[in-house]
Design a protein. Structure first.
Length: 266
């Protein structure tokens, strides 16, 4: 295993990782909010800095607070107030292009919540807190992208070959995931975050793969391309080569120049 100075790598082929990274370039999320303007985004309210927050973000924040009200992690279970919040989320997260109605979406989210409950308890600790000065981050595409990587690579999904949970549950496992820079450093994220650029994509997958390795012993880890000095368990792992990889990949894909219809909603 190891820690910040871990040098251990899994030495497995990175082809599946690279294919996965390519598959998420043109992904957006129902209810997301960020600088990509679209009538499909559900925007409501503003944070303390005057930035718009999405209804998705507001409800996710409330759900996170409810989850952390459990006396202990071992006693956590989905309560009626949490289920009521999931009902609100179903209105926002319904995948209309897949012919899913709100009732179907709620049924899906409730089923996913059972898996989340089990994973959360087995992990054994509460999720990191997203500080108030970063509350605009709730419900953004970046946070949801991080959440998607989490649920796509959880061992429970891979081993059973079942559909992954909704990305909101990946978000709730680690709300700060995908922020540029370590932890919840507002100034660093505000300075370096580039929306559809290499810092954004690298931060989402680097944080997600690292979280999965250190919390669930799943996925490729921080050093997701198996290049560099530091290993899969160290946040230092994969930084330089990850950014180089995304810089080249996005240079070809050009998501910042893409039309809205090139993006797939999840």
């Amino acid at each position: 295993m190891g820690g910040w100075l871990s040098f251990q790598k899994d030495h497995e082929s990175t082809e599946d990782v690279k294919k996965y990274c390519q598959s998420i370039i043109f992904v957006r999320f129902y209810g997301q909010t960020n600088s990509m303007k679209s009538h499909e985004m559900d925007r409501d309210d503003v944070d303390a800095g005057g930035r718009e927050k999405s209804s998705l973000g507001i409800i996710l924040n409330e759900l996170d607070r409810e989850i952390k009200m459990a006396p202990t992690v071992a006693e956590f279970e989905m309560t009626e107030p949490m289920k009521a919040l999931l009902k609100k989320l179903a209105v926002i997260r319904v995948c209309t292009k897949e012919c899913e109605n709100e009732e179907d979406c709620l049924k899906r989210l409730l089923e996913d919540s059972k898996h989340f409950e089990k994973i959360y308890r087995e992990r054994g600790h509460k999720s990191e807190n997203l500080h108030d000065d970063h509350d605009f981050y709730w419900g953004t595409r970046q946070q949801m992208l991080f959440g998607k990587v989490i649920v796509d690579w959880l061992p429970e999904h891979i081993e059973t070959k079942t559909p992954p949970m909704d990305p909101i549950f990946g978000v709730l496992l680690n709300p700060t995931g995908g922020l540029v820079g370590p932890g919840d450093l507002k100034w660093m994220h505000d300075s370096l975050f580039d929306d559809l650029g290499p810092f954004a994509y690298h931060s989402a997958v680097h944080d997600a793969f690292g979280y999965l390795k250190t919390n669930h012993n799943s996925g490729p880890g921080y050093c997701y391309l198996n290049k560099g000095i530091f290993g899969d368990w160290s946040p230092f792992g994969g930084q330089l080569f990850g950014l180089r990889y995304w810089n080249g990949l996005l240079g070809e894909a050009q998501p910042e120049e893409a039309k809205a219809d090139q993006f797939v909603f999840k």
